[in-house]
Design a protein around this ligand. Structure first.
Ligand code: NAI
Length: 246
């Protein structure tokens, strides 16, 4: 396969889909990993089978992830870029949050990303090249109602920093992106009044688009981008700067 190869998890919709489209336009072959079989097949059809392949995968399941990598490797030989984007929310104030809600979010967002990173690290270390891009969230700084989600995303930031240290000598760069409020099926589920308050709290007074995150991924995935590793790039309309009282 002549094209550079990328893997994008959670690509069936939202930010992951925009990342897959961007990477295809950047000249990558895109291996789509998602639990949503219908959405995954639709995206494969949209990108074309010359440019993409959908392989169903639940990233929180160790066997699934290992089989996914075996399959992807058979198709492509080497893998240049892995984008760990799949994630879920189960919001509640901590006094109302169940252990199931906590475990579900940690299992997908943190363990799932870690499982994908473990396979990618092994492979990229052997190749002596590669890029891992983890989608964290501005919420790692803290968000009421998201003790599970914020903890999972803080875990992803720490994981990114550790892997940058472990893999730098193998020419593997590992970075993370922290999106703020982005217009996707995930945020479309929020109550309108809550959403309006969140938009009002933004310095830009707008939501971001999935394509805004995809462009940051494109920068980190580009082989000309060198010497950047272990970093976190905010794509959040400035929300991470802090209080915005006017
Ligand atoms: P979304 O809910 O629109 O799409 C998530 C995709 O991940 C879906 O296609 C879903 O099927 C897939 N997925 C879920 N669990 C999976 C699993 N166990 N294995 C494989 N695939 C799985 O979400 P959205 O908004 O596109 O978010 C993408 C990423 O960006 C997530 O990690 C999210 O935490 C993060 N993010 C989103 C923000 C937003 O405002 N939308 C803000 C900050 C971060």
């Amino acid at each position: 396969m002549k094209k550079p190869v990328s893997i994008v998890t959670g690509a069936a919709k939202g930010i992951g889909k925009a990342i897959a489209l961007q990477l295809k336009n950047d000249g990558f072959f895109v291996v789509i990993a998602d639990m949503d079989v219908e959405g995954g097949k639709l995206l494969e059809a949209e990108l074309g089978t010359k440019n993409s392949r959908f392989i169903p995968c639940n990233i929180s399941n160790e066997n699934d992830v290992q089989q996914f990598f075996e399959h992807a490797r058979k198709i492509s030989g080497s893998i240049d870029v892995v984008v760990n984007n799949a994630g879920i929310i189960r919001d509640n104030m901590i006094w109302k949050m169940s252990v199931e809600e906590f475990d579900a979010v940690i299992a997908v967002n943190l363990r799932g990303t870690w499982l994908m990173c473990r396979e990618a690290a092994q492979l990229m270390k052997e190749q002596n090249f590669g890029r891992i891009i983890n989608i964290a969230s501005r919420a790692w700084l803290g968000n009421p109602g998201q003790s599970n989600y914020s903890a999972s995303k803080a875990g992803i930031v720490a994981l990114t920093r550790v892997l940058a240290l472990e893999l730098g000598r193998y020419n593997v760069f590992v970075n993370a992106i922290a999106p703020g409020l982005i217009d996707t099926p995930l945020t479309q589920k929020l109550e309108q009044t809550v959403l309006q308050k969140l938009i009002e709290a933004q310095p830009t007074k707008t939501m971001g688009k999935p394509e805004d995150v995809a462009r940051a991924v494109s920068f980190l995935a580009n082989s000309k981008t060198q010497f950047i590793t272990g970093q976190l790039i905010y794509v959040d309309g400035g929300k991470s700067i802090g209080a915005n009282l006017f």
